[in-house]
Ligand binder design. Structure first.
Ligand SMILES: [Zn+2]
Length: 72
């Protein structure tokens, strides 16, 4: 919310002048659409999913070998 730099009054965002003292208000910073962080062209969540998949694969393999050792 842009407060007036002169009198500190709150002004609606679309106003360009303070409604109280007519001081020109600073333009609010433009909202940039947040782009997800990317590593090697892939979004981070995809890397997380891949990593999770391999961890699960590894864990399940360990579990299976442990099980076969116990059974066999
Ligand atoms: Zn003002």
């Amino acid at each position: 919310m842009p407060d007036c730099i002169n009198c500190g009054t709150w002004n609606p965002e679309d106003k360009q002048l303070c409604w109280r003292c007519q001081t020109p208000l600073p333009k609010p910073p433009e909202k940039r659409p947040r782009t997800p962080r990317r590593i090697a062209g892939l979004p981070v969540y995809l890397w997380m999913a891949i990593l999770f998949f391999f961890i699960m694969l590894f864990v399940s393999r360990c579990f299976v070998t442990e099980l076969s050792r116990v059974v066999g």
